[in-house]
Design a protein around this ligand. Structure first.
Ligand code: ZN
Length: 282
């Protein structure tokens, strides 16, 4: 007998693996935070520069910022290891997401600002990349896939919300200051038009923050790979400026005074998308 709507057919689950933190919700919503982690394994630490050890390009504090999704019934997966180990939001073959622009690759050798991560880049052998893919990349994607499948089976539809944040000024990657809120759906390929339209309506109502849709950031590998609107899997990436909720320089402190203003805006965006996606439930 199928489970009644809103009643989970799986028991609630919440755990910390070595690779990711995960909690299972009851709504057709999965929030993925692939750059949340800042851990670096000891074997790699020994090879890194002081700036590399800071893991400065982490999407800091997004588990705190997105705490509101728990009340919405979301499942949440967040990485524990740094993108300096392996970038979970890059394709395993390391193809460029933005051809012609400076690439931040699968196993980066530099920070976003161009500083060296390693004392000797020779550490990044093919064998090392393969090891990192198998040890850190694969388990995150296996869990992400499993949860998308579970939600799809239970609800008939899934909203995959890719949660990201980045320093607002990075001359090596983009000109000037990035808009505060950057929505990416792979130019519309990753989610149904009405879901994106609902998000855009919310953005138009918001006068306190600048925003862009499918501008410099169109969604990374996860948005592009898993977003399949014809199959009712709708993926949206939000890349937000870290200046909206934290200090952008070391030690990257959380700024509750700023966060309390932006959280309701982000919550409104997720709610608008979830409402549209939920209308597709069986
Ligand atoms: Zn990110």
């Amino acid at each position: 007998m199928p489970a009644a709507r809103g009643v989970p057919s799986f028991p609630p689950e919440s755990f910390l693996s070595d690779i990711y933190q995960f909690s299972r919700g009851t709504a057709p919503l999965l929030v993925s935070i692939p750059h949340l982690g800042s851990l670096i394994p000891d074997s790699q630490r020994a090879q890194m520069t002081p700036v590399g050890l800071q893991s400065g390009d982490t999407d800091w504090h997004l588990d705190t910022l997105y705490r509101f999704v728990e009340a919405m019934g979301a499942s949440v997966i967040g990485a524990r290891y740094s993108r300096y180990v392996v970038d979970l939001n890059r394709p395993p073959n390391d193809e460029s997401l933005y051809p012609g622009q400076t690439k931040t690759g699968l196993c980066p050798a530099q920070t976003f600002r161009g500083d060296a991560l390693y004392l000797n880049e020779g550490i990044l052998t093919d064998a090392e990349r393969t090891h990192r893919l198998q040890t850190y990349w694969q388990p995150y994607h296996a869990k992400l896939c499993e949860e998308l499948d579970r939600i799809k089976a239970e609800h008939g539809t899934v909203l995959l919300w890719e949660a990201h944040s980045i320093a607002s000024v990075l001359p090596r990657l983009f000109d000037g200051k990035l808009p505060d809120l950057n929505i990416g759906t792979s130019d519309g390929a990753a989610c149904a038009p009405d879901i994106l339209a609902a998000v855009e309506d919310r953005l138009r109502d918001c006068s306190d923050y600048t925003w862009a849709v499918n501008g410099r950031f169109k969604g990374g590998y996860i948005t592009r790979h898993y977003g399949a609107p014809a199959d009712n899997i709708h993926a949206i990436q939000l890349e937000m400026c870290q200046s909206t909720y934290m200090d952008e320089t070391h030690p990257y402190g959380y700024r509750a005074d700023l966060a309390e203003k932006v959280i309701p805006v982000v919550e409104g965006l997720v709610q608008a998308a979830l409402r549209q996606a939920s209308a597709r439930q069986r």
